[in-house]
Design a protein around this ligand. Structure first.
Ligand SMILES: [Ca+2]
Length: 266
């Protein structure tokens, strides 16, 4: 058999052992005697030919496997944010609210915010006032650099209710980050940092992630209010604790998740 045929053709049985190929079956076909030795030789050669044919078929099939690997795919998700800012888990001041959720769909080279790292100028403004202009510019820059796919921007839920939104992502951009300030507080916010929805060549179908309260490390204070002195020097973003956020903890020994995010693939 022509070896080039094996490498390039599909797994077609008709090509295996076809008369005229350089294959032992052509030798079998010239056996015309009827002695026992000739019959045994004929059966032996037939058996060897069959084994060789099966090996060649399996070898030819195996060469096609890499064609279907590592394919690009897209996904649409419904995201439900559920506010859990309610008594007795938390103190709830007058005017308590989450600010507009701002974030992006991005790849593993981009970061919106990250625990134990300093807040960007845009994250500082968002965490202290809820203002979005600087962080929107940062997200725009990330998208233009090729590390972001799209902006995520959605209305916040009430402090103890839900909102739904939808977004698209793909296997090259499957990381989700967003943030929302807790108002009125110094620089406390909640959100997600680089949650990956595409892992091991598969999309996550349904997952719920608890959202904790973070201190952006840019402003001092343990009050429900906006006018606080800046942190000097700036601190890395860190989890708020019942000690550093006692006005929010309502006497509880731990700070529970103040919201949760559920992603469902459509
Ligand atoms: Ca702070």
């Amino acid at each position: 058999m022509n070896s080039n045929t094996i490498q390039s053709e599909r797994c077609v049985f008709g090509y295996i052992g076809k008369p005229g190929d350089n294959f032992p079956i052509s030798n079998i076909l010239v056996l015309t005697g009827n002695t026992l030795a000739q019959r045994n030789q004929y059966l032996f050669m037939k058996y060897i030919t069959l084994i060789a044919a099966v090996v060649l078929v399996l070898s030819a099939c195996k060469k096609e496997d890499p064609i279907v690997a590592n394919s690009f795919s897209e996904a649409r998700y419904t995201l439900t944010i559920s506010g859990q800012w309610q008594s007795p888990d938390f103190s709830v001041p007058a005017g308590a609210h989450f600010t507009t959720f701002i974030g992006m769909v991005h790849n593993n080279a981009a970061t919106l915010w990250k625990e134990n790292e300093l807040a960007s100028p845009g994250m500082e403004v968002l965490a202290e006032t809820g203002g979005g202009a600087p962080i929107l510019a940062e997200i725009d820059s990330t998208i233009r650099s090729g590390n972001g796919l799209s902006l995520l921007l959605f209305v916040a839920p009430p402090v103890n209710a839900n909102i739904n939104t939808n977004f698209y992502c793909n296997s090259n951009f499957s990381h989700i980050s967003f943030a929302s300030m807790l108002g009125p507080t110094p620089d406390w916010f909640t959100g997600l940092s680089s949650v990956r929805l595409y892992q091991n060549d598969r999309w996550i179908q349904d997952t719920t992630i608890q959202l904790y309260t973070f201190d952006a490390g840019t402003e001092q204070g343990n009050i429900f209010g906006y006018n606080n002195p800046p942190s000097a020097p700036l601190e890395p973003i860190h989890l708020l604790t019942p000690a550093t956020g006692s006005v929010l903890a309502n006497g509880n020994p731990t700070l529970k998740p103040i919201a949760k995010a559920r992603f469902i693939k459509q």
